[in-house]
Design a protein around this ligand. Structure first.
Ligand code: NDP
Length: 304
């Protein structure tokens, strides 16, 4: 039976560690603070932001939720970021994406002071991650590494194959795995004979955004499968392709009219030695790592 890498348990442990650090900082009169900016009313973003603010309370971080209207301009957002950059009690600044199309997201993300870049998206932090300097790494790939380490899955010397090369997941995941001494192959949509490469993976990280894209034929038996993908499916045909005969999922589908599936076909998990379920895997670590990053930002900024 494969080992299930339990995102909930690992996220709880990461948050507990962050909480202890927050208590230690409190003894020095420091309370790290996270500012979260949520523009407009995107339903999914509102849920994500609620989780983030709630997690801050659990860990003992100060948090501020700032909610500019949908009509906010890039200039107004830049002014807001500048204010937050200047405030000493704010250690982390997070702009919830996506932003309305008329707002220049790249310009805004670049305007966040790198030392307050809790999401780890700033090019300065990307460079620091690449060169192995102390950095705020993007939360999702940092969570993947935490997941593997805390589950005692050896990374050094293993062949890690990452499918997906986005700036927020695939590329930094490859870099962080390299720093852990894996031999890394980074694949993308132009990769030739992808299955021949994924079949070589001891650790396969899928960050593609296509439901069940990695099938059993693409997986080496005994591999560790890390599924970053979060895809909502809402047709019976798709449901049956992934979950036919799965009573628990059937009940969820009947209730909500949709279910979540990752980028790895659930049947492939059966071949693995360990895998991250979706939901309940990597997704839960992202918020936990945001808490860890905010504490880290508070310490780095004060030279602690
Ligand atoms: P992007 O769309 O930014 O990147 C997708 C990557 O997948 C691209 O590099 C693309 O290649 C590659 N790709 C697409 N099609 C193929 C293909 N047929 N073969 C090989 N590679 C392919 O997505 P993200 O990185 O932002 O997200 C990936 C997934 O992870 C999504 O499902 C997203 O919802 C999820 N996610 C989950 C998070 C969490 O907290 N768990 C956080 C962030 C994302 P190319 O560059 O050539 O186009």
């Amino acid at each position: 039976m494969p080992q299930i890498l339990d995102g909930a348990a690992i996220a709880a442990a990461i948050k507990q560690d962050a909480k202890i650090e927050v208590e230690q900082l409190a003894a020095q009169g420091i309370q790290p603070g996270l500012a979260v900016i949520l523009v407009g009313h995107v339903a999914a973003s509102e849920i994500y932001v609620r989780n983030k603010v709630q997690s801050c309370a659990e860990v003992g971080l100060h948090s501020e939720l700032i909610t500019p209207p949908e009509s906010v301009t890039t200039e107004e957002m830049l002014a807001l970021v500048a204010q937050l950059n200047a405030r000493d009690e704010i250690d982390g600044i997070l702009i919830q994406l996506p932003l309305p199309a008329h707002v220049d997201a790249k310009r805004l993300l670049d305007a966040i002071a790198p030392e307050k870049d809790a999401d780890g998206f700033h090019p300065i932090n990307a460079g620091r991650v690449q060169s192995g300097r102390p950095a705020l790494a993007p939360c999702t790939p940092a969570g993947v590494i935490e997941m593997l380490k805390r589950s005692k899955i050896e990374i050094a010397g293993k062949h890690a194959v990452v499918v997906g090369r986005s700036d927020i997941v695939g590329k930094p995941a490859a870099m962080l795995l390299l720093h852990e001494n894996a031999t890394v192959t980074l694949c993308h949509s132009k990769t030739k004979d992808l299955a021949a490469i994924t079949r070589q993976a001891d650790i396969l990280v899928a960050a593609i955004g296509r439901p069940g894209f990695i099938t059993s034929e693409m997986v080496k038996p005994g591999a560790t499968l890390v599924d970053v993908g979060i895809n909502r499916i809402n047709t019976r045909e798709e449901f049956d392709r992934f979950f036919k005969g799965n009573e628990k999922r059937e009940a969820a589908f009947a209730k909500r009219g949709s279910v979540i599936v990752g980028d790895i076909h659930p049947a492939a998990f059966e071949l693995s030695s360990a895998y991250t379920p979706v939901p309940g895997g990597v997704g839960l670590l992202t918020v936990a790592m945001l808490m860890a990053n905010t504490v880290r930002a508070a310490k780095l900024r004060r030279g602690l």
